[in-house]
Design a protein around this ligand. Structure first.
Ligand code: SAM
Ligand code: SF4
Length: 328
């Protein structure tokens, strides 16, 4: 079987698929308050997303993560996920803001989603609303409980830490994760898209600082476990909870990169921190039904996967696309 291997001998086995750029929230670090979303003609249909995902699986991709925007706001998302769940994958996963999880959790689990990531930046309702602009903490907490009842093998919380917004809650968030039997990852904010409301360098709070804060309250031991992602994991001693740190600034994670991203416009992004991309929608629409052309385009794209990203919080974002358009 042809496999996807780039110039740096990294095998690409993981595809992240953004199925919509839209969202019911406007998290400060991800979106501006006023966003213009893509017109329908410009985005992939659900059928096109399925065709592309199948092509990647035929090329050795073993893991697909569905993301967005908020994937659960797209009409037909659950049907698409059910179809993807029938592909020969090792893992189908989803990242969600949790707002619609109470209604969807059971169907997602039945579709074969084994692991799910839920964003949770604060346990204080007003803060949660300030960071997400429209979020209702109570709804997300109900979503988390619904996910626990639905029987996913792993549920992980994702928290973007920002000084002055939520950095003082990291211990409480880990305590919450421990109580609920969940994992949790802390993420350093990445400079994707222009954000006017806050200065990213000023709110930067490094993973090392978070870890030092946590070590005042818990004993953390490093684990060798990897989930195929950039997080470094620690176990909270005496619990089932693992704490992950995703640190694009302080710990570059590019050397082990096994992933590419498909935007909802059908652009294949070869790196989170660079613009290198290939327009797969153009190939799909110009040569409908031609699996060879699609396969060729995907294989050729490997030649332009960059070696690493170079994020600098003190410079203007080199990337004008926001995380919602990227498939975070
Ligand atoms: N809407 C879903 C959610 O919020 O989980 C899925 C999409 S969201 C873009 C995926 C993840 O990216 C979330 O955990 C979010 O916190 C994170 N994210 C968004 N913008 C970010 C940024 N500028 N830096 C770091 N993480 C970011
Ligand atoms: Fe929406 Fe997720 Fe971005 Fe928040 S992080 S605005 S929930 S896409």
């Amino acid at each position: 079987m042809t496999q996807l291997i780039d110039r740096f001998h990294r095998r690409i086995t993981y595809l992240r698929v953004s199925i919509t750029d839209r969202c019911d929230l406007r998290c400060l670090y991800c979106m501006a308050e006023e966003m213009t979303f893509l017109p329908r003609a410009q985005i992939l249909t659900l059928e096109e997303i399925y065709t592309l995902a199948s092509a990647f699986v035929a090329l050795g991709v073993e893991k697909i993560r569905i993301t967005g925007g908020e994937p659960l706001v797209r009409r037909g998302a659950l049907e698409l996920i059910e179809r993807l769940g029938r592909l020969p994958l090792k893992e189908l996963t989803l990242t969600t803001n949790g707002m619609r999880l109470a209604e969807c959790a059971r169907r997602l689990a039945e579709a074969g989603v084994r692991r799910i990531n839920i964003s949770l930046d604060s346990l204080k309702p007003e803060r949660f609303r300030r960071i997400t602009r429209f979020g209702e903490l109570e709804r997300v907490l109900c979503g988390i409980d619904a996910a626990r009842e639905a029987g996913f093998a792993k549920i992980k919380l994702n928290c973007v830490v920002m000084k002055g917004y939520n950095h003082d809650e990291v211990v409480d968030l880990v305590r919450f994760a421990v109580t609920k039997g969940l994992d949790i990852s802390f993420i350093e904010e990445m400079p994707l898209g222009m954000i006017k409301e806050h200065d990213r360098a000023a709110v930067y709070y490094s993973s090392d600082q978070v870890r030092a804060d946590l070590e005042q309250a818990f004993r953390l031991v490093p684990t060798a476990e990897r989930t195929g992602g950039p997080a470094r994991y620690f176990r909270v001693v005496g619990t089932d909870t693992r704490v992950g740190f995703i640190s694009p600034h302080s710990h570059n994670f590019c050397a082990d990169c096994n992933r590419v991203r498909l935007t909802v416009e059908g652009r294949l992004l070869l790196c989170l921190g660079n613009e290198h991309s290939v327009d797969l929608k153009r190939v799909l629409r110009r040569y409908p039904g031609d699996a060879d052309k699609l396969r060729q385009a995907i294989c050729q794209a490997m030649a332009i996967k960059p070696e690493r990203h170079h994020f600098d919080l003190n410079e203007r974002p080199i990337l004008l696309r926001h995380m919602n358009a990227t498939g975070g």
